[in-house]
Design a protein around this ligand. Structure first.
Ligand SMILES: Cc1cc2nc3c(=O)[nH]c(=O)nc-3n(C[C@H](O)[C@H](O)[C@H](O)COP(=O)(O)O)c2cc1C
Length: 239
């Protein structure tokens, strides 16, 4: 399954038919998830399928997948990393999907450990878009390595409110990934930047796989005195 190819055509789908998918697809989805590369092998995540959700910015769809954790560090980026592979897998199978940040299961409300929801199903229109239809910041605003194939794949990653809260700084032997500190009012209402960073890392890793380059990510917290861009904090290192 070429998930890499889907990076360049996937789009958030919000216009679903209410037709349910065949029963066997759920087993296929579960098998696909088991085969996806994890970001942190020691951060376990669970997921469940539900058919009804409620909450702000919800999208009506025949199916939802809710990801939950155990309250460990790293769960948000891990969730973005693993389940972005699923959104690309959906795209490759002609199934539409969209990440939902605040939707909750209708029956039980939000479990404290729930991290994210994915709405998915058959769509009324295409699940694909052309490369010139992506709305993203100019690549020079998110990296000093505009020609790097892996960073170019990360540039197309979706993010909540399309904020793209990242900067990829290429040095000789490594790439440093920075998280953009959000400005008011986003800083008050948006807490999913680490999911976004995990999603972008997923695109980066798939591009590494595409060119047979090893992908190694290490989480590093804090400031980097050498980095001159204001309003960013160090998030991790790729070597
Ligand atoms: C963490 C996260 C949360 C999101 N939450 C919502 C949401 O609640 N409702 C919605 O319609 N779209 C949501 N989206 C979809 C984004 O708005 C969409 O991915 C972004 O605008 C980029 O568009 P694209 O996915 O078509 O490239 C979310 C995306 C991410 C990554």
């Amino acid at each position: 399954m070429d998930l890499y190819a889907s990076i360049f055509k996937r789009k958030a789908c919000r216009d679903f038919t209410q037709e349910t998918l065949p029963e066997e697809i759920f087993e296929e989805i579960s098998q696909a998830i088991e085969g996806f590369q994890p970001l942190y092998p020691d951060v376990p995540l669970r997921y469940r399928f539900v058919t009804q959700t409620k909450g702000l910015f919800r999208v009506r769809a025949p199916h939802y997948l809710i990801v939950s954790g155990e309250g460990r560090d790293g769960e948000k980026e891990s969730c973005g990393f693993i389940f972005q592979q699923l959104t690309l897998w959906f795209n490759a199978h002609g199934i539409g999907s969209v990440w939902l940040g605040v939707a909750k299961e209708k029956k039980h409300g939000r479990n404290q450990r729930d991290l994210m929801t994915l709405a998915f199903g058959k769509t009324k229109g295409s699940v694909d878009r052309r490369i010139d239809e992506f709305i993203r910041k100019p690549i020079g605003q998110i990296t000093n390595a505009v020609e790097d194939l892996c960073v170019r794949a990360a540039h197309l990653a979706p993010s909540g409110l399309n904020l793209q809260p990242w900067y990829w700084e290429k040095e000789k032997e490594r790439v440093l990934l920075y998280e953009k500190k959000l400005c008011f009012p986003f800083s008050l209402v948006y807490s999913l930047s680490h999911v976004d960073l995990g999603i972008a890392l997923c695109h980066y890793a798939l591009a590494c796989g595409h060119i047979n380059k090893p992908f190694q990510f290490k989480r590093v917290d804090g400031q980097d005195a050498a980095f001159k861009k204001k309003g960013y904090r160090l998030f991790g290192e790729l070597s």
